[in-house]
Ligand binder design. Structure first.
Ligand SMILES: *Cc1c(COP(=O)(O)O)cnc(C)c1O
Length: 504
């Protein structure tokens, strides 16, 4: 008999296998749960914490003060686009008329929400040169999987099932090969050339009748624009394959260049990166997937459609002359990939950001992101190696390889020392092709003063590494926790509640 069941007056409701047929039913039971849950998952004891509201408020307030975020300091985490998230986005997402909409609201009563989704889709199409976007996938990786499912179905419908290989450059994010493998494709890793780009010759060598998709990030994770992109797209198309654009780095070219014009058939955006939505720590994302005209019918369902209202004035505002509905009947759809309207509040935030900036503003965002990255690059190369030293896009990669040889101080140690000085660390040890890499992405929302403070801190750390390396190897000293065994923390998480030392 469990203590939970015996010590309290209520009976837990447990989930038991149905007596007949398929499916399950809820049954009330006062006894020890049997059958459905494995015994090791059952608790004999459930010690509920006995805390006052004030204790709980203090606990979470303290926790919030221990967390580092973009609102607290510079966050140059390469590839993640940790830019300022304007509060006006949240004000829009929190409007009661939007926030309180029930996901089952019929289309007739959700016209405003559907219009927001439609306008976001139209804006993304014009910004990135695609025929249509599905707003359904909830993150970049989810969108990659969705796009690869689309490609798979497309080839199946064309009777080209032999196209089972996805080509991924060695500069790609790990999600690219992972998504391809999850989708049942064979992954072929393509070595980049001495300039950190895809080698067209190397690519042509591996293209063939088995080529399904070439997944590219442009600019790539070295922050370099793939300047042979037209040639690459032509070669892949001639071999019968599709071009996929990983849009995680869209902050580098938004409003200035369009993947659709570069020859991409499929793409995704990370709205939570480029379009100012708070993210990190695995928080909710939003990853629309875009397609060229020949793939529109393969998009996931539902898809938002607009049509003119009969007899409406063609010059009226869209809400007066058009009606919107969710289309569940795309002939070749890969099916649903997400429930309801996906992360609708994020669609609102992204559209608020787009309208606040306008087309010119968004183009300027990218230009400033590129300017900031290049400013940092030429200042950082005074004291750290920058292996691909040319004009970069929104980010660049430095290396602590020489420093490590000279002093024993690694990229990881530099990162820890930055935490001590109030900065988030850059992305380290990625991309994999640069030893001891630090991938630095400042974004457009940082001031020159902040960039200068970061350079000064990093310069001081590097010089300390040379004079007194022990100091850097011992960092961080001022953070809430020191060096963690990150592998163990991930494999054996210890999530118990501990009282704060100040109150213990
Ligand atoms: C962030 C990122 C992804 C994955 O996106 P998520 O939204 O985190 O799933 C894919 N590719 C690149 C280059 C990225 O930076």
């Amino acid at each position: 008999m469990s203590r939970l069941a015996s010590d309290h007056t209520y009976s837990p409701i447990i989930f038991e296998q149905g007596q007949e047929g398929r499916g399950s039913r809820y049954v009330e039971s006062g006894g020890a749960p049997t059958g459905f849950l494995p015994p090791e998952a059952l608790r004999a004891d459930l010690p509920l914490p006995d805390n006052s509201e004030l204790d709980v408020v203090r606990h979470f307030t303290r926790l919030s003060a221990r967390t580092f975020g973009i609102d607290l300091g510079f966050y140059p985490l390469g590839s993640c686009t940790m830019k300022y998230n304007p509060r006006v986005n949240d004000a829009m997402a929190e409007l009661p008329a939007l926030r309180d909409l029930h996901p089952w609201t019929p289309d007739d009563l959700a016209q405003g929400a559907l219009q927001i989704m439609w306008e976001l889709e139209r804006s993304l199409c014009s910004l990135f040169g695609m025929a249509a976007f599905s707003l359904n996938p909830s993150a970049g990786a989810h969108a990659e999987l969705t796009a690869l499912l689309i490609a798979k179905k497309y080839f199946k419908d064309r009777g080209e099932r032999q196209r089972g290989t996805v080509i991924v450059p060695d500069t790609a994010h790990g999600t690219n090969p992972a998504s391809a493998a999850m989708c049942g494709f064979k992954v072929l890793s393509l070595r980049s050339d001495a300039r950190g780009r895809v080698s067209v010759d190397e690519l042509k060598n591996v293209l063939g009748a088995d080529t399904a998709v070439c997944m590219m990030t442009n600019p790539n994770t070295l922050g370099l624009f793939e300047d042979h992109i037209h040639e690459i797209a032509r070669a892949v198309h001639e071999a019968g394959g599709l071009m996929y654009y990983d849009g995680a780095n869209a902050n580098a070219l938004m409003g200035n260049a369009r993947p659709g014009d570069m020859g991409f058939d499929l793409m995704h955006l990370n709205l939570h990166k480029t379009f100012t939505i708070p993210h990190g720590g695995g928080g909710a994302g939003h990853g629309p997937v875009g397609v060229a005209a020949h793939l529109v019918e393969y998009l996931p369902i539902p898809y938002v459609r607009a049509r003119a209202k009969a007899g409406a004035d063609p010059n009226a505002a869209p809400s007066d002359r058009m009606e919107f509905r969710l289309d569940f009947d795309l002939p070749h759809s890969v099916g649903p990939v997400r429930s309801f309207w996906s992360n609708f509040a994020h669609a609102v935030r992204a559209l608020a950001y787009i309208y606040a900036n306008g087309a010119e503003g968004l183009a300027k965002v990218s230009q400033l992101a590129v300017l900031n990255a290049n400013y940092l690059r030429v200042r950082v190369r005074d004291f750290l190696e920058t292996p691909y030293d040319e004009i970069c896009r929104h980010e660049f990669v430095a290396s602590a390889q020489d420093l490590k040889r000279e002093t024993g101080v690694k990229a990881l140690d530099l990162a820890k020392a930055l935490l001590d000085r109030g900065f988030m660390a850059p992305t380290i040890y990625f991309p994999l092709i640069v030893a001891e890499s630090l991938m630095i992405e400042p974004t457009e929302t940082e001031s020159k003063e902040t960039l200068d403070e970061f350079v000064a801190a990093l310069r001081e750390i590097v010089s300390l590494a040379k004079s007194d390396p022990g100091k850097i190897l011992a960092a961080p000293e001022h953070t809430v926790v020191g060096r963690l065994d990150e592998t163990r923390a991930a494999r054996q998480p210890d999530l118990r509640w501990y009282p704060h030392p100040a109150t213990a």
